[in-house]
Design a protein around this ligand. Structure first.
Ligand SMILES: *Cc1c(COP(=O)(O)O)cnc(C)c1O
Length: 221
């Protein structure tokens, strides 16, 4: 079932869009099934859970951290994480840099932008993000690489609203790229789209979709 769902989602992705299979709250067996079907990028949102899965599953899996990351937990994932999607403050970015230096790594990160109408989502506002980038301190952090932006649309059935939010993030991505990352080959990822809205996200320029329940089924929290 998982292998079939995976294939179905993969078939819908145009060239240049990669799939993060969001395996949070699902057991190792589920991940192994997707792995056997060829999937290598998995997304998790809890540090302890990702640590345990990283320890016990094949070492060529690319682990993406997609949840809200607390500064005191950064050190646990930094030695192996492939991409942190949810950088929502300069303080967090600086902590990742500090821990990455200790681990002798450069850790790839995405800045999370707040684009939804709900109060519950984390992330910079566009203005906060501009201010942080303009301040320029991030340029002294040599063990993190800002590779793009991430955002979550409102949890709504209003497709027009979702489209509008994704398009606003794409527009902001272009602004950030041309203003602060012109000439950088590594600033190229736009992480947006989940099970219920990845088609809209792809239409709006997503390069990384984060799909969970459509592949693994409903989660039992
Ligand atoms: C859980 C989660 C997803 C996947 O959600 P589905 O609706 O199961 O596809 C994607 N992104 C983030 C940040 C998540 O927390």
């Amino acid at each position: 079932m998982i292998a079939e769902n995976l294939k179905q989602v993969l078939n819908e992705l145009p060239a240049g869009v990669r799939l993060v299979a969001v395996s949070k709250f699902h057991p190792n067996e589920a991940i192994e099934e997707a792995y056997r079907a060829g999937q290598r990028i998995f997304g998790e949102s809890k540090v302890q859970e990702m640590d345990a899965k990283h320890e016990s599953l094949p070492q060529d899996i690319e682990w993406h951290f997609i949840g809200h990351l607390q500064t005191n937990k950064v050190k646990y994932i930094v030695p192996y994480v492939a991409l942190i999607h949810g950088i929502d403050s300069y303080k967090l970015l600086a902590e990742v840099d500090k821990q990455a230096a200790k681990a002798n790594r450069t850790v790839r990160c995405l800045l999370q932008l707040y684009i939804a109408q709900e109060e519950t989502k984390f992330g910079f506002s566009f203005e906060e993000c501009r201010e942080m980038l303009q301040a320029g301190e991030w340029k002294n952090l040599h063990n993190v690489q800002i590779c793009g932006l991430m955002g979550m649309a409102s949890n709504t059935d209003n497709v027009e609203q979702i489209r509008k939010e994704f398009c606003s993030l794409h527009e902001f991505f272009e602004e950030v790229k041309s203003t602060w990352f012109a000439g950088s080959d590594s600033f190229k990822e736009l992480s947006m789209g989940m099970s219920h809205d990845y088609h809209e996200a792809i239409a709006a320029g997503s390069t990384l979709v984060r799909v969970g329940s459509k592949i693994f089924g409903e989660r039992n929290y």
